[in-house]
Design a protein around this ligand. Structure first.
Ligand code: TA6
Length: 268
């Protein structure tokens, strides 16, 4: 089993696995969870939890062929640094991952990766990368958030109109026209994103605001890919949409020695 940190305050509850500093539950008081979690997700060491907010780091996708898909952070054991009630409605949790012999073998740079989670009537996640090496390194990354929806046919995404995107299914570079609906597999990396995104569901609207990032990934596996995904029931594609706060592809981040970069997502 993986150690878990549980947070419950007057505003909301949350659960964070030490493995991957993986926020896998967040629900505001008297509301249904805002994050989707697979019913058949593993909570076994070395296996990424399916759902919640996997941390893709130090590479998004297969940007670095020497690393596993989406990097090694989501299957690495973070250390719990602190949990602090800032007030009756707000709790701050900090977790950290530092380089090790194992990570240096995969990725030859010394780093500190800190996740700060602030649980209130909003879910704030700040992923900070500090370069403690003597050479500059480049990362791509994402907070790969799985949002629960009432039904995929009810879901639509506003705020990416006119944004350029890479269609990962066809490798085409296109421009978004209007809202995003889901009637087939969608796997797109949007660039030049600098404003609020809204996920409209039947009975609620979720707001996503990012800082330190100008790329956003939108993904739903639909039927065929959904059947091929690990730790995911065949019908589960109906229940979630991934809207990922990212530094992906050309939105990569170069960090000099003793410098840091923070990717921040505020979900409300
Ligand atoms: O972010 C979208 C994506 O890259 C999809 O192509 C799909 O592979 C998804 O991530 C899940 O990847 P995972 O490694 O978690 O199975």
């Amino acid at each position: 089993m993986i150690d878990i940190i549980e947070v419950c305050n007057n505003s909301a509850s949350a659960k964070i696995a030490l493995q991957g500093a993986h926020v896998f539950h967040y629900a505001r008081k008297d509301e249904k969870p805002l994050l989707w979690l697979s019913e058949v997700s593993d909570f076994k060491e070395g296996k990424a939890i399916r759902g919640g907010v996997p941390i893709c780091w130090p590479a998004f996708g297969m940007n670095n062929p020497n690393l596993p898909q989406h990097g090694f952070a989501r299957t690495s054991m973070f250390k719990h640094v602190s949990t602090k009630d800032l007030d009756a409605n707000t709790t701050e949790v900090i977790l950290i991952l530092k380089h090790s012999q194992e990570t240096l073998t995969l990725w030859p740079y010394k780093f500190e990766l800190e996740l700060k989670v602030i649980v209130s009537d909003k879910l704030t996640m700040e992923l900070s990368t500090k370069n403690i090496d003597d050479k500059t390194f480049k990362i791509t990354q994402a907070l790969h958030t799985y949002f629960g929806v009432s039904h995929i046919s009810d879901a639509k995404i506003k705020g990416l109109d006119k944004k350029p995107y890479l269609d990962a299914l066809t490798n085409e570079h296109l421009t978004q026209n209007g809202d995003i609906f889901f009637e087939e597999e969608v796997d797109r990396v949007y660039q030049e994103v600098n404003s609020e995104i809204l996920l409209r569901d039947k009975d609620r609207t979720i707001s996503i605001k990012n800082e330190g990032s100008s790329s956003v990934v939108v993904w739903n596996p639909w039927i065929e890919k959904g059947k091929r995904m690990s730790a995911m029931k065949d019908e589960a594609y109906n229940d979630f949409v991934c809207i990922e706060s990212a530094n992906a592809f050309e939105d990569f981040v170069e960090i000099k020695p003793n410098n840091s970069h923070t990717l921040k997502a505020v979900i409300a």
